[in-house]
Design a protein around this ligand. Structure first.
Ligand code: ADP
Ligand code: ADP
Length: 227
């Protein structure tokens, strides 16, 4: 069971004169798919990065699975991340790209093999494991990036505009794939985007942000179909 709780969370960057995130409160349920949406600069990434442990929380508390995480290092938070700039290692095969982090962590070979093959099967990459990124399509590369997160077997997925580098058609396709992936893996997921349609089609609940403030939290119906 991995719920995520933000309690009165604020962020002010050291060199900034105002808060980038102000009084963010949310109780994210186990297995929920939450989308943060809002214009560029509204604080979506900052919030996600605080949850990931890539930025300090200035004030307030972050709980993951009821454990206070403010001071827990990123790698011990039980999360997997997918970013917009998913830089794959160009000299490594698809298999090695997915296996790399697990090798560093000294997982045993059999376990790595199982995880990579499982992720490849889920993502339709089984026939591409020996290819290098340059020999893949944009969509396949994005799947490898997802694969690197899946092999971690984390219960929490954090995604920051993972589709924004893809063309419109592929974006729509990958959107559906990520939604399916979520149904299958049942991770608690936070997905950041500036694209309302993406938010509407994927989210259990949407958090609308503006200028560092949470404006509204609700289901896609609640948020976009108000009379
Ligand atoms: P979004 O993800 O919604 O585009 P961000 O979280 O990236 O927004 O940014 C929120 C605000 O914080 C913006 O005003 C941005 O300029 C500022 N900001 C982001 N990163 C830093 C940083 N490293 N140092 C100072 N200010 C930052
Ligand atoms: P480790 O996670 O064992 O520290 P890695 O090389 O996998 O080693 O990652 C280095 C850092 O980057 C860690 O802080 C890790 O949490 C983070 N990181 C890299 N890729 C991912 C990913 N796909 N999901 C989650 N965290 C990642």
């Amino acid at each position: 069971m991995v719920n995520i709780n933000l309690k009165n969370v604020y962020k002010k960057y050291d060199n900034a004169d105002k808060y980038s995130v102000t009084d963010f409160n949310i109780d994210i349920k186990d297995k929920e798919f939450i989308v943060f949406v809002g214009p560029s600069g509204c604080g979506k990434s900052t919030t996600l990065r605080m949850i990931a442990g890539l930025e300090d929380i200035t004030e307030g508390d972050l709980l993951i699975g009821d454990k206070k995480m403010n001071d827990v290092p990123s790698k011990d938070r039980g999360i997997a991340m997918v970013f917009q700039n998913y830089a794959l290692y160009p000299h490594m095969t698809v298999y090695d790209n997915m296996a790399f982090a697990l090798k560093l962590k000294k997982y045993d070979k059999k376990d790595i093999d199982q995880r990579v093959n499982n992720a490849a099967e889920i993502l339709g990459l089984t026939d591409y494991l020996n290819r290098k990124p340059a020999a893949l399509s944009g969509g396949q590369r994005q799947r490898v990036a997802l694969g690197r997160a899946i092999v971690r077997d984390a219960e929490v997925f954090l995604m920051d505009e993972p589709l924004s580098n893809l063309d419109a058609k592929l974006r729509v396709q990958m959107r559906t794939e990520i939604a399916k992936l979520h149904k299958r893996l049942k991770t608690t997921t936070i997905y950041v985007t500036h694209d309302q349609t993406e938010a509407m089609t994927m989210a259990d609940r949407i958090v609308i942000m503006k200028d560092g403030f949470v404006q509204q939290i609700g289901s896609p119906m609640d948020v976009y179909n108000k009379p």
